[in-house]
Design a binder for this molecule. Structure first.
Ligand code: PEP
Length: 258
């Protein structure tokens, strides 16, 4: 069984300008330093808005911080006449390690499909950036008891045809839409049920090796008060944290599962 290093990723969404970003990352890094956080044991990543990335890069490089940073989205295109888009190579130049793709807010408000997710994963992998592929069902699907097949279909299509090398840069985040930003957390058992099924799907679609080494996160109203029980589940390798990641002291506690 492969040793999967837990990953705690903070999705800031459209919050915090570049000055606030610097203060937040600094506070996060200091808090983790005071707690003697071992970044090799738990990776800590923030996903600020695009406009903050250059400032965060300067801070992280200048102060030699171990906090990693990433983007919340990426273009599937490599360059050209795509107004408003940001390419994976541009992100790589800014030292970005991760990018979220297929977040439920992108799926809902920007029509992002599994096919587009697949294209974005390929673009990110080619630029050496890890994708955090977000999947998860809405409330209707959950109520209908269809949450497992629904989520597995997103995994299947989002990762279709990827090579072993491309899959090596993929992290999956199971985020039931009804639990995002609502204060409604899936029970650890609910999260484990779907995340365990996703791991089984990876074994079936690719190989046991891919299933064993791919990190699968839970996302949806994670806080310091509920993270420990979520992380206690065998298939859950970390969390994608929205609201609570805007408070660096709270996010540091989450990163330490306290
Ligand atoms: C998210 O946006 O990915 C998320 C999980 O948000 P929250 O933690 O606020 O529910």
């Amino acid at each position: 069984m492969t040793n999967r290093i837990p990953l705690m990723a903070g999705n800031w969404k459209m919050n915090l300008d570049h000055q606030e970003a610097i203060a937040t990352v600094q506070k996060l890094a200091w808090t983790l330093k005071d707690a003697k956080h071992d970044y090799t044991a738990v990776e800590v990543v923030v996903l600020p808005p695009f406009t903050d990335l250059r400032s965060v890069q300067t801070l992280v490089d200048g102060d030699k911080l171990d906090v990693k940073y990433g983007a919340q989205d990426v273009s599937k295109h490599s360059k050209g006449a795509y107004t408003g888009e940001i390419s994976a190579t541009m992100l790589a130049k800014l030292g970005v390690s991760y990018a979220a793709v297929g977040h439920s807010e992108r799926r809902e408000y920007h029509g992002e499909t599994d096919t587009l997710v697949n294209d974005k994963v390929r673009a990110l992998s080619a630029a050496g950036i890890s994708s955090i592929v977000c999947v998860g069902e809405g409330l209707d699907v959950r109520k209908a008891g269809e949450h497992v097949p629904y989520t597995l279909a997103q995994v299947e299509a989002g990762l279709a045809g990827l090579t072993d090398e491309q899959l090596a840069t993929v992290v999956i985040a199971y985020e039931p839409v009804w639990a995002i930003g609502t204060g409604e957390v899936a029970t650890p058992e609910d999260a484990q049920e779907v995340i365990g099924a996703i791991r089984g799907k990876l074994a079936e679609q690719f190989s046991q090796d891919v299933a064993d080494r791919t990190r699968i996160l839970y996302g949806g109203s994670v806080k310091s008060s509920n993270v420990a029980e979520i992380m206690a589940k065998p298939d859950i390798d970390g969390a994608l944290v929205g609201g609570a990641s805007l408070d660096p002291e709270e996010f540091a506690k989450i990163a330490r599962f306290q």
